[in-house]
Design a binder for this molecule. Sequence first.
Ligand code: ZN
Length: 413
Amino acid sequence: METRQETTERAYYDHTGPEPAAARIRELRKEGDKLAALLDRTIFYPEGGGQPGDRGTINGVPLLDVQERDGEILHLAAGDAPLAKGPAELRLDSRRRRDFTAAHTAQHLLSGTMFRLTGFPTVSMRLGDEICTIDVDVPMLSAETLITVEEAVADAIEENRPVIIHLCPPERVSDFSLRKVPPQGEEVIRVVEVEGYDIVPCCGTHLASTGAIGMLRILGMEKHKGMSRVSFIAGRRVLRDSRMLRENAGIASRILKVPAAEIGRGVQALMEKTGQLERDLKNLEEAAARSGAEEMLRRAGLYPGNGERQDGTLYAESFGDAGIGEVLRIGRAAQKMSGAVLVLASERDMKFAAFCSAKKADVRPLVQKAMEARGGKGGGGPGFFQGAFSSAGDLRAFFESLPRNVPVAPAKE
Ligand SMILES: [Zn+2]
C-alpha cells in the first residue's frame, strides 16, 4: 500500500453522461506550460491502455488532457486557466467518451475474434481520433481473413453479448483464461469479459454489451515491423464514414454517368481514355512543332537545311504568344533539320533557349555574357542553353544585343 496522503476517487467508470458532477480541487500545480488540477474525485478517464484521456471542463475551463503519473491523476488545462482550490463542477465531453468507449469495446471484440479464428494475438492497440489500429503478431493477413473476422464480429454485435467486468484479487486471476498477461502489483485486477468471445485484464472504459457498438468496419491492413497493423472504425464513425463515401461516390457517379457501384470501372475507363488523349495530344504537338520549325527555318533561309554547311550561322527569333514549352518543341524539331545556332524566346514567359546540333559548336559564348549583362539567369551546355529574365524589356534588350539574322552561306548543290 502506498503512503500517499490523498488519492483521487475514480468515478469515471460510473459517470459516462453529460450531467455535471461535484468535486473539490485539492491541489494546483505547474506542469510545463500547463496547469494541472488534482481532484478529490474525478469523472475523467486518464490516458492509459491505448485509450486517450477524456475531455470536458472543470468550472467551465476546458481540459486539454488527463494523464496519470505515479498514481496521481493530472487534469491539464492552459497555463493561465482561472482555476482555484475548492469546490469544482466537472462536466464530461460524453459524446467523445462514448465514441472512444465504443471503439475500445470494439477493439476487444476484434482482437478476441482474431485470436479465436486465426490464433494470432494482438500485441498492441491505438485508439485514434480518426481511426483505430491493432498490431497482430503475424507478418500478413489476407483480405479473405479480414472479411471472415469482420463478419464474425458483426455476428457478435447482433447477438448482443454482455460485457462483464470482474474485479478480481491477483491470487484469483488464474481462474480466467486471459488473452493477455495481467498487470503486476495491483490490489484488484479488472478483468473484462466479452461473453464467449474475449477475456483480458483492462483498465479502459467499456460498453455494457456488444450490441451498443453498432458496427465495426475493418479498413485495411499494412505491414508494420514484421506484424500486421489492422485499422478499423466502430460505432458512429462507421455511419460518418459511409456518409462521406456515399457523398463522394455520388459526385463521381454523376460526373462519370455510371451507377455508384460501377465508379471503380468508370474511373479506370476514364483513365484509359485520358491516357490515349495525352498520347494523341503529344503526337499533335510534335507534328505542330515540326511544321513550326520548318516554317521558321524557311523564314531564316535555312530550309531545307544541311547541318554541316550551316554551322556557325546564328538565327534569333522571339515568339510573342507562344509559351516556352512550345518554343522548346519548335527548337528541338529545328535542331534535327539544321546545324545553325538558334536562339528562340517566349516573350510571354520572358524565357529563351539556344540550340545547336552541330558538333564542336558551343552556344554559350554567344548568349551567356549577353544574358548576364541584362540580369538574366540560366545555364546549360554547348548544345543547349536556357535563360529567364524578370522583365519583357530585359529579354528584348538581350535579343537586340545578339547579331540579328546573320546571312546564311548560300546553299550549295
Ligand atoms: Zn478494454
